[in-house]
Design a protein around this ligand. Structure first.
Ligand code: WT7
Length: 660
């Protein structure tokens, strides 16, 4: 019996046009050679990429220092991320980029800003000086809690310029979530905005910051961007307006010469248990990984207008809205608002008006647009597009086909890119000029990335059986740790296969991403989703534990269990089974109160779609909640498998409504 069974069998194969293949940065021959190099000697391969794609102030002494699970890439080298994203595009053979658009920004109300590389450089230098003026030094953490405005990219780059790791907290997270993250990272400065726009209305952001930093807090200063003009309560001495600080700031700020392993940013992501994990990325390896992959996978050319729809608050936005794209001197489009405002064609309108050539989005969005109807994309001229991308969750073959046909006009290759917050950059992906695609498959590991399908015991699983996805050699963009928690880092990612036949000399050095996958006979990878208690909602990871903790923190809840069930649009929907406290009335009022409570504790993205009240939860005799059962019930499936350890089977019968 394979550990995980795969039922999909996809026969369709697509090849990029001759013209695309001919003009691609990486063609078939080159990719074949690079794969060979990457297989034989991944460190040498990445060193070559680092020389080709990144500017260094001084070279490394050693490509990789690997003491599992601690990796150091480009040991002893010095570089700066903002220098690579900005300064190097202003002079010499790149001087033509000075007045090229670095960021094309469109606000939801329709206002636009085009920021050239020279302008972006000036703004970043100024804000770097502002941060210095607030006492931010190399190594100090800065929290960014902002809407999708250019100032977010400016603040990130300013942090990297002076070596202050940023911690971006998605603007949709609640005050509670912000407080946890600010405290965990020990951030002394928060950059935010008065608010932003969503669904045609301004929303306020500053009150959440006020909440999050009230009482005991490490935060000394809050910098506020004026976006909506709706006003904000400013506490004297602590809160400062961005535009006032920038007025007096000097535009001269030499980039700090930072060690390749200097912390670049922390980004919090959900795990199976406990609080979110602060995933730590460092400078040189991350920069090499995202710059190389962005260029090769998106085939970024000088004349491209690239648009990734992700919010910068997620890793996709870090790596492929900002760093990987700007490091290549390309034009990155940023859109502030929701996809369907003022109408269901907003995205297609943006593509037509700006002449977007490369478009990178998530399956959940694609499914939403399928449901809204073909007439909306069809009303727009999308012929500027030449390449499409997908990320965040497995893309179902029918959504892939729709994307290919309706958005790509059958002419654009699709790159289905598998990666994670922890991997920093793309790991498994087609190379559009070299790899034929199959709908639903992320195809092959990027050259220099070593991936495998392993069994529970760590043995290689033979195609086409399913197993656990594993990364068997370190890669430059890999996470370097969980902020402040070495033990959890080792246990979560590096402890699954201590006895793997893959361990070789790297004992304990096989990375466990938490995804199930299988390879087909052609060697293509098919990602089958999470194998742990983490749900993928609209391409975003949410731990069942976090939602459960939020629910039981409500005064009327005694016990709660959370599972995911398949959902047509969001991929997975959250279902909560809740036992109210004695005497509390289950019903629509409590349902609403609990959904609001979860939104307040975590953010609207974590609100359960269904809440089912129950007098008891199904448990094993040892007291463990039987999630497998709850998953079946949530999905409306017959309970299959063993229920002999179940403490009280009548609980299940009642949950299903068998006894009604
Ligand atoms: C999880 C990582 C990477 C940026 C967005 C999410 C799932 C991601 C794919 C894909 C199948 C995918 C995995 C992964 N995932 N991309 N192309 N095909 N699954 O980042 O929040 O760190 O989530 O998203 O389950 O482990 P994240």
């Amino acid at each position: 019996m394979p550990d995980i069974e795969s039922l999909l069998s996809e026969k369709r194969v697509f090849e990029a046009s001759r013209e695309f293949r001919k003009n691609a940065h990486w063609g078939r021959k080159q990719v074949a050679a690079l794969r060979k190099e990457g297989e034989k000697n991944p460190v040498r391969f990445w060193e070559k990429m680092a020389r080709e794609h990144v500017d260094w102030f001084s070279k490394w002494k050693k490509g990789l220092d690997w003491k599992p699970p601690q990796a150091k890439w480009f040991v002893g080298a010095k570089t700066n991320v903002s220098y690579n994203c900005l300064d190097r595009h202003l002079t010499g053979s790149n001087a033509h980029r000075r007045n090229k658009a670095a960021i094309i920004w469109e606000g939801e109300p329709g206002d636009t800003r085009v920021i050239t590389y020279a302008e972006l450089h000036r703004e970043v230098c100024k804000f770097a000086n502002v941060l210095k003026g607030l006492g931010v030094k190399k190594g100090d953490r800065v929290a960014l809690y902002m809407p999708m405005v250019p100032e977010l990219a400016i603040a990130m780059l300013a942090c990297t310029r002076i070596g202050a790791p940023h911690s971006i907290v998605f603007g949709g997270f609640s005050a509670e979530a912000l407080r946890d993250r600010v405290e965990d990272a020990g951030a002394e400065v928060v950059v935010t905005a008065d608010g932003g726009y969503r669904r045609g209305e301004p929303f306020a952001l500053k009150p959440a910051v006020d909440d999050a930093v009230s009482g005991k807090s490490p935060v000394r200063h809050v910098v506020v961007v004026k976006r909506t003009g709706e006003g904000a309560t400013m506490r004297k001495g602590r809160d400062l307006w961005w535009h006032e600080l920038m007025e007096g700031a000097s535009a001269k700020c030499p980039p700090a010469k930072l060690d390749a392993e200097h912390p670049l940013f922390i980004l919090y992501t959900s795990g199976t248990t406990g609080k979110p994990k602060g995933i730590l990325h460092t400078t040189g390896g991350y920069l090499t990984h995202v710059t190389t992959t962005a260029k090769a996978i998106f085939d970024l050319k000088e004349e491209d207008t690239y648009w990734c729809t992700a919010d910068i608050g997620w890793i996709t936005g870090h790596s492929y809205v900002v760093y990987g794209i700007l490091a290549n001197g390309a034009t990155s489009l940023m859109y502030e608002g929701v996809p369907t405002h003022p109408g269901p064609d907003r995205w297609w309108d943006i593509i037509e008006r700006w002449g977007v050539t490369i478009f990178y989005t998530a399956p959940t969005a694609i499914r939403t647009f399928i449901r809204l109807g073909d007439e909306h994309p069809k009303a727009h001229d999308l012929s500027s597009l030449r390449l499409l991308g997908s990320v965040g969750e497995p893309i179902n073959p029918e959504a892939w086909m729709w994307y290919h046909r309706v958005i790509g006009g059958k002419r654009c290759p699709i790159v289905d890119t598998w990666w994670q917050t922890e991997t920093g950059g793309i790991m498994i992906t087609p190379l559009p000029g070299a790899v034929n695609t199959k709908p639903g498959s992320a195809t092959l590991p990027f050259p220099g990335v070593h991936a495998a399908i392993l069994s529970e015991e760590g043995d290689t699983v033979k195609p086409p059986d399913g197993g656990f996805l594993a990364v068997t050699h370190p890669w430059p963009g890999m996470l370097r740790g969980i902020w402040g928690d070495k033990k959890r880092f080792r246990e979560t990612y590096w402890s699954k296969w201590k006895n793997s036949t893959h361990r070789g000399k790297d004992r304990g050095g096989v990375y466990f991403p938490g995804d199930g996958a299988h390879k087909d006979k052609g060697g293509y990878f098919w990602i089958m989703g999470r194998v742990d208690d983490v749900m993928n909602i609209s391409g975003h990871r949410i731990g069942t534990m976090e939602v459960e903790s939020a629910l039981v923190s409500h005064k009327d809840v005694a016990e709660a269990a959370v599972v995911g069930r398949p959902d047509e649009i969001t991929g997975t929907a959250i279902v909560a089974f809740v036992t109210p406290k004695g005497g509390k009335q289950a019903g629509t009022a409590l349902t609403k109160a609990l959904r609001d409570h979860v939104a307040k504790e975590i953010g609207p993205i974590a609100k359960p779609k269904d809440i089912r009240f129950t007098e008891a939860l199904p448990k094993t005799r040892s007291g463990k909640i039987m999630r497998r059962l709850l998953r079946d019930i949530a999905a409306g499936k017959e309970t299959v498998g063993d229920t002999t350890t179940l403490e009280d089977y009548s609980v299940v019968a009642r949950l299903r409504g068998d006894e009604e």
